[in-house]
Design a protein around this ligand. Structure first.
Ligand SMILES: [Zn+2]
Length: 555
């Protein structure tokens, strides 16, 4: 995803850093294979009514099944959270206990035993499903799960490791349209009487419009953080299909013209990533104007963008590229744990720059990477101890920082430099294919990298992913033709094999002369022509590496 303020102001959102998300350990004792959610949403109340069928297998022998679901707060002023009223294992009623953000269903299972846990529940979501008026004052409902806010209203094993297929059956007033992951199976208006008798849970008020049942099914295993539905008065349009992939836009009717013009860029972007990475992993791609708290949220095949992303002037192109890149990186090849977030965000950041470079040229890429470095530098000045892959993640929202995004993106740019673009893309494709519909850690990526490089890239990966310091070049000149340069801010193991330098000569100050050297903490001699203008010497002008400003040492 993208934090909203990065796009509006180019500044870090400290507000988001202060938001905290509860962290709970991954429940490894079960493996959920499929979620089927049936949810009723209403106009007259923010209470939702849900039935969840959770298809799961016990990984260990367990005495009860534990899932994440925020329980009822019991706060009379602000009563939120979910209350379970019924639980069954296959067809047998069972007892359960809710405590805090978990539910324990009292069913013992032998290792390898599978079945369906059904939970009937209701409540007002505290988060994870944003029920609010949109900017035009119309009521809307939007899932917004990252990182583990989905379990505020859905019973989930809410961790990126436990991927599953999903179905959303949404009963909503018939004035709305409903969008979700996967394919639309059916959308049918229900007779009001029929809907009232089909379940005594439904409680439609006389003021509600006749409900309509929308059924969506996602046939691919995805993380819970990117399972969603959205309910609003949408104007929909189809964009140019890419092969068999259909693309659509879902925007507020007031923004229909400009919104569809803006979001239609998705076709060209999807086509670009298919050509450079791999066939699109899902069946369709929807672009949805929404109330997400982020600038954009990469929900699988169903991207939610912030409300003001519909400029119609191309101003959201990089945002759209970022979220589409996530369909491969994050949604399909996912991180094993939160601390490896750069495998999602660093990839989406780099591949946005890569797209801009191929479409608009080198200067667009340099501008993008310079801005990335500037954000990283500003953040690093305030939080000097942060690293890309931290030991622990006490606050998941705090991971949404320029180390995960911009520095992670720079790490991929440096791999492109070291491997060359063709081999780099071959490596990226191999990484994607190896971990598609599965999970990877940073170590998994580094291990795979070893078979793609003749050079040991461990020092580069270790330095940039696990240390906060950004090295810089220190150089001096003996005479106008002899320069000596070395790296500072790192140890002797780091060797950057192709650092570009640029200068002009006194006769011809217009045309830059270019060369490159391999550099480490050991001094390296660079021989320039005698008539080189030392004052014009610049380093890393092709943004091959993440380096701090070069320092000219004058003895
Ligand atoms: Zn992202």
């Amino acid at each position: 995803m993208i934090k909203r303020f990065l796009f509006f102001h180019g500044l870090m959102s400290t507000a988001l850093l202060l938001l905290s998300a509860f962290v709970f350990a991954q429940n490894k004792s079960i493996d959920v294979t499929h979620y089927e959610f049936e949810i009723h949403v209403f106009d007259h109340t923010d209470e939702i009514k849900g039935t969840a069928q959770i298809h799961l297998t016990a990984v260990d022998s367990i005495s009860s099944i534990t899932l994440d679901l925020e329980g009822y707060h019991g706060d009379s002023i602000n009563p939120k959270g979910m209350t379970v009223s019924q639980a069954t294992w296959n067809t047998t009623p069972i007892t359960w206990e809710q405590s805090g953000r978990q539910i324990h269903a009292h069913q013992s299972l032998a290792s390898g035993q599978n079945g369906i846990l059904t939970l009937v529940y209701s409540g007002v979501p505290s988060d994870g499903l944003i029920i609010d008026k949109n900017k035009y004052g119309h009521r809307t409902f939007f899932s917004d799960h990252w990182p583990n806010r989905g379990s505020c209203y859905l019973p989930l094993n809410d961790h990126p490791m436990d991927k599953a297929t999903s179905s959303f059956k949404i009963h909503a007033p018939s004035t709305y349209k409903v969008v979700s992951n996967g394919q639309l199976i059916s959308a049918a208006t229900l007779p009001k009487d029929a809907s009232q008798t089909e379940s005594n849970q439904q409680n439609w008020s006389a003021n509600d419009q006749h409900p309509k049942l929308w059924e969506w099914h996602m046939p691919h295993q995805i993380p819970t953080k990117v399972m969603v539905f959205g309910v609003a008065d949408f104007d929909t349009a189809s964009y140019a299909a890419v092969g068999n992939v259909s693309l659509r836009g879902w925007v507020y009717p007031e923004d229909a013209e400009l919104g569809h013009r803006e979001y239609a860029a998705a076709s060209e972007i999807l086509d670009f990533f298919e050509k450079h990475i791999a066939p699109y992993p899902f069946d369709k791609l929807d672009q949805v104007q929404s109330k997400t708290i982020f600038g954009g949220m990469e929900n699988a095949g169903c991207i939610f963008y912030h409300e003001n992303s519909t400029g119609g002037d191309g101003s959201s192109e990089d945002l759209i590229a970022h979220e589409i890149a996530h369909q491969w990186f994050g949604n399909t090849a996912s991180e094993t744990d939160w601390k490896h977030l750069w495998l999602s965000e660093g990839f989406a950041t780099f591949f946005t720059g890569f797209y801009l470079e191929k479409k608009y040229g080198d200067e667009a890429f340099y501008t993008y990477m310079d801005a990335a470095q500037e954000r990283l530098t500003q953040f690093a000045n305030r939080y000097p101890e942060v690293v890309v892959v931290p030991d622990s993640t006490p606050n998941l929202m705090a991971l949404l920082n320029p180390y995960s995004y911009q520095k992670g993106g720079w790490v991929l740019q440096m791999l492109r430099t070291e491997l060359g673009e063709d081999l780099f893309l071959e490596f990226i494709r191999a990484y994607f294919h190896k971990f598609a519909f599965a999970n990877a850690s940073t170590t998994d990526l580094i291990t795979l990298l070893e078979s793609y490089s003749k050079k040991d890239l461990n020092p580069l990966m270790k330095h940039y992913l696990y240390h906060p310091a950004i090295p810089h070049i220190v150089w001096t000149h003996i005479d106008s033709g002899t320069v000596i340069a070395h790296l500072e801010g790192t140890d002797a193991s780091l060797q950057l094999s192709r650092v570009q330098y640029e200068y002009h000569t006194e006769q011809d100050s217009e045309d830059d002369q270019v060369g490159d050297i391999s550099i480490s903490t050991n001094p390296t001699v660079v021989l320039l022509p005698k008539n080189a203008d030392i004052g014009s010497l610049k380093w890393n002008t092709d943004r091959a590496y993440l380096l701090g400003p070069a320092e000219h040492y004058k003895p």
